[in-house]
Write a protein that binds this ligand. Structure first.
Ligand SMILES: *Cc1c(COP(=O)(O)O)cnc(C)c1O
Length: 363
């Protein structure tokens, strides 16, 4: 048996599956999980699908003290004709390794990780919800497990994948959100860890989120960490503006996380012949465009919501209401096209979708 053979240990018990209206996001987990260990000298070893269960870790494990960890997020969809589709999953595995590099975590074999993901999904395929807008959320993550209180890169890790059936993000159709422009706290700076999907970035964003929620805003718009002038992201999504017919998104600058959805949106806009540019964009420019009546749309992009239109920004005591607080045409078209490609109801001109075939998974 090779080091890469994925063992499967099925759970003797099966949990009841939730009704599709009880799903929510990330609260319910399936019957199995994938685990693989890393030990210095031995590399990654013992890939296995096991019953979903709590982890037993030494309290000195480095993950608890210094946050050496990375994660990913993607979804599996069930089509009307019962095929299981993933959306550009190789990009998530590549990004996981880029995050690994930044956090000094040993790279994983991307092909093996993808095969593990497929195998786990097939074992728990009955958990993929079928109602419109629902999907199976996939959370791969890696934690540092060496029991040691010195600050250094751990010499042991676990790579784990868990699955969670999730409901439709938009229960009453795609809805614009209100966003507070954040002028005190920052999410990331170039040279820091903003480009990596690592826990610390999210822990440090909670305070701003709390303040925004108290003011009844659903997320914050993050500005750059040096001058607090240039736009970076919205909540934990990438952000786009449509100004005078052109779609603009902040260029990748070392502190912005490169979203798979962001990349897909740019591709589609180019394909449709809609002008799109990746460049620096300041909040002042957005404000000036608004005042000139040229701020046509704004939206966030990410795996969870796909497209999240912005109905209002609050900046320097002023409300900027976009498109009368309604979802814009480009936002709608992007949402329909991307979700359609993901669930198999729309043409897939770029071969983005990867089908999980029973036979494609090595035994
Ligand atoms: C995950 C994430 C995104 C979106 O990435 P997708 O691959 O599109 O889901 C954007 N910004 C941050 C900070 C993220 O963590």
């Amino acid at each position: 048996m090779s080091e890469k053979t994925i063992q499967v240990n099925l759970s003797p018990e099966r949990k009841p599956k939730p009704e599709s209206n009880q799903l929510g996001f990330g609260k319910i987990f399936t019957d199995h999980m994938f685990v693989m260990d890393y030990t210095e000298g031995k590399g990654w070893h013992d890939p296995r699908v096991v019953p979903y269960q709590p982890l037993t870790l030494d309290p000195a494990s480095m993950i608890f003290h210094y946050g050496q960890t990375v994660f990913e997020g993607l979804k599996a969809y069930l089509t009307n004709d019962n095929r299981i589709l993933l959306f550009r999953p190789e990009r998530n595995m590549q990004r996981l390794n880029r995050s690994n590099d930044r956090l000094c975590i040993p790279n994983i074999d991307e092909e093996l990780a993808l095969e593990a993901l497929k195998k786990l999904i097939l074992v728990d395929k009955e958990w993929i919800p079928t109602a419109e807008g629902t999907s199976l959320y996939i959370r791969p993550f890696i934690i540092a497990t060496e029991p040691f209180l010195g600050v250094h890169a751990s010499n042991s890790y676990q790579f784990i994948i868990i699955l969670s059936p999730v409901g439709s993000y938009y229960k009453e159709g795609i809805q614009p959100v209100k966003i507070l422009v954040e002028s005190d706290y920052v999410r990331a700076v170039a040279g820091g860890t903003g480009e990596a999907k690592t826990a610390g970035n999210y822990a440090s964003s909670l305070k701003a989120q709390e303040v925004a929620s108290q003011k009844e805003y659903s997320q914050v718009l993050w500005l750059d960490g040096l001058e607090k002038k240039y736009i970076e992201e919205v909540g934990s999504m990438n952000v786009f503006f449509k100004i005078d017919g052109e779609v603009v998104t902040p260029a990748l600058n070392g502190s912005i996380l490169e979203g798979v959805t962001r990349n897909s949106v740019i591709h589609l806009l180019k394909h449709w012949g809609v002008p799109v540019s990746e460049r620096k964009i300041s909040m002042q420019e957005v404000y000036d465009a608004y005042k000139a009546g040229k701020l046509e749309e704004a939206f966030g992009t990410g795996t969870a919501a796909v497209i999240s239109p912005v109905g209002e920004f609050f900046w320097k005591d002023e409300k900027l209401v976009i498109n009368e607080g309604k979802t814009g045409e480009i936002s709608k078209r992007l949402y329909q096209t991307i979700t359609g490609i993901q669930n198999g109801t729309e043409q897939d001109p770029f071969d983005w979708v990867v089908e999980v075939h029973q036979e494609a998974v090595a035994k």
